[in-house]
Design a binder for this molecule. Structure first.
Ligand SMILES: Nc1ncnc2c1ncn2[C@@H]1O[C@H](COP(=O)(O)OP(=O)(O)OP(=O)(O)O)[C@@H](O)[C@H]1O
Length: 227
């Protein structure tokens, strides 16, 4: 479902004499449907960089990043937007809050985007908000004023609303209480069971061990250290 090969990345620091910082060389990995792979490696090793290249936020300098039938490393912006709408979900720790949009609509929106009808989208959004312990009295309010933990849970509900065939998870359990952490782990297990291919960064080691099938140490892709 996700196939990466020969991927390299350097950053050019235009405001620092165009210094070139090579951060990744010849990265390769494959994630099958139903599998969850954890990216590991020391701070600064390149976990976030690889994740951002898969999502198409950073452009790879070389190689292939095939998600479904799209090579993100070569795709047009329009194709990447379609991929993000239909195929590739991304759950970060932080909600990008849209002012004045009710929480229920924030969560239902990804479903409406793929053509699910309003009532079904709302029902799925309600189910997720309930599961993530967001009190019903908050559903009609914008999450702008919610606590950090509430916003994180709204973001997770939104990220899991559509059954994406591929999912990127960036610290999805960070700063959650034990009950909600458990809910998120069960959402990840459900996604695997329906065949989602998942790549995640988890500093929560117990969470990683529970839901991930394999670990990939990105230190192996550091220039000069490639295996
Ligand atoms: N936009 C950028 N411009 C320049 N350098 C960058 C940029 N993004 C990342 N880097 C560099 O790439 C390297 C890898 O960073 P990255 O954030 O991917 O590491 P990480 O493994 O996710 O670290 P952490 O666990 O601390 O989040 C670092 O040396 C970082 O400084």
């Amino acid at each position: 479902m996700i196939e990466i090969s020969g991927v390299s990345k350097s950053f050019v620091l235009h405001n620092q004499g165009s210094a070139v910082i090579p951060v990744m060389q010849d990265a390769a990995m494959t994630v099958a449907p139903g599998e969850c792979v954890a990216l590991v490696g020391a701070s600064g090793a390149g976990k976030s960089t690889l994740m951002r290249m898969i999502y198409g936020n950073y452009l790879a300098n070389a190689g292939q990043i095939v998600v479904g039938d799209v090579d993100v490393a070569q795709a047009e912006p329009r194709e990447i937007l379609a991929l993000r709408r239909e195929v590739l979900g991304y759950v970060s720790q932080f909600l990008r809050v849209v002012p004045r949009v009710a929480t229920i609509d924030v969560v239902a929106e990804p479903l409406l985007q793929v053509g699910v009808d309003g009532a079904a989208a709302r029902a799925r959004a309600e189910e997720l908000l309930r599961r993530l312990n967001i009190p019903e009295r908050l559903w009609s309010l914008s999450p702008t004023t919610f606590s950090g933990g509430e916003q994180q849970r709204v973001n997770i509900a939104r990220g899991f609303a559509h059954s994406f065939p591929a999912l990127l998870l960036d610290e999805p359990t960070a700063s959650l209480d034990a009950t909600n952490r458990e809910v998120v782990l069960s959402l990840i297990e459900d996604a695997k069971a329906r065949g989602a291919a998942i790549v995640g960064i988890f500093h929560d080691e117990a969470a990683r061990e529970r839901v991930c099938d394999r670990e990939i140490d990105v230190t192996g892709f550091t220039p000069g250290m490639a295996a």
